[in-house]
Design a protein around this ligand. Structure first.
Ligand SMILES: O=C(O)c1ccccc1N[C@@H]1O[C@H](COP(=O)(O)O)[C@@H](O)[C@H]1O
Length: 209
């Protein structure tokens, strides 16, 4: 099970994340309205760090996404807005980064509407639909995923906390396409500052259950 820790930006916090938690991915949020926003001033301290970085974008222009991907040496681009399949197709021709499309989940998911993304994305990421786009700390009802019809892997997101580990493992038994989890606001002491001890405990629970 992969672990992505999102919304990182403080140097000492990142150093501890890499050495003590060792997640598979670290997320940098490039959505200006987010309290976890990473600005261009942080480029030099964040580019050359030894972990795969995912840039999180919300309805950002293609040029800006490509610029940030280059500047911050991203391995993946997480499209967290209402980006269309055409937008994702165009972007896929211009970058070597993995593309992840976020699906905002309300009461139900229209699986047909995801088909257009399939050739261009490495994975989907399911998050709770909210007006802030993400980082809400709110969970959706995971039952809607039980009818997931594709082979494509996905990450589970939206309000995951320490207590979610057992349920995540139960869902993994049901759905082989569940590749990993995305951890964010429920593991924070303040926006953008993760509680390393909570992350370590969560990872241990995933590994030892
Ligand atoms: O965290 C944010 O501020 C944010 C803002 C806009 C888009 C995405 C954002 N974060 C992503 O939100 C999900 C779920 O986070 P949470 O666990 O509910 O806090 C996660 O994928 C983050 O990458």
């Amino acid at each position: 099970m992969e672990i992505k820790v999102c919304g990182m930006r403080e140097q000492e916090n990142i150093r501890r994340l890499i050495s003590e938690v060792k997640p598979d991915w670290m997320g940098l949020i490039f959505y200006p309205k987010s309290p976890r926003y990473v600005s261009d001033e942080q480029t030099s301290e964040l580019k050359e760090i030894s972990i795969k970085k995912v840039g999180v974008f919300v309805n950002e222009s293609e040029a800006e996404i490509l610029r940030k991907a280059h500047e911050f040496e991203l391995s993946a681009i997480q499209l967290h807005g209402t980006e269309s399949p055409d937008f994702v197709e165009n972007l896929s021709g211009k970058t070597d980064c993995e593309l992840w499309k976020v699906i905002s989940v309300g009461d139900a998911i229209d699986w047909k509407s995801l088909e257009g993304y399939l050739p261009f994305v490495s994975k989907f990421l399911f998050d709770t639909a909210t007006s802030t786009h993400g980082g809400s700390g709110k969970r959706f009802d995971w039952k809607v995923l039980e009818t997931y019809p594709f082979n494509k892997g996905f990450l589970l997101s939206g309000g995951l906390d320490e207590a979610s580990a057992e349920e995540v493992l139960a869902l993994e038994k049901q759905l082989a396409q569940l590749q990993g989890v995305d951890l964010n606001s429920k593991f924070e002491d303040s926006p953008g500052l993760k509680n390393i001890e909570k992350l370590i405990r969560f990872k241990k629970k995933l590994e030892h259950s």
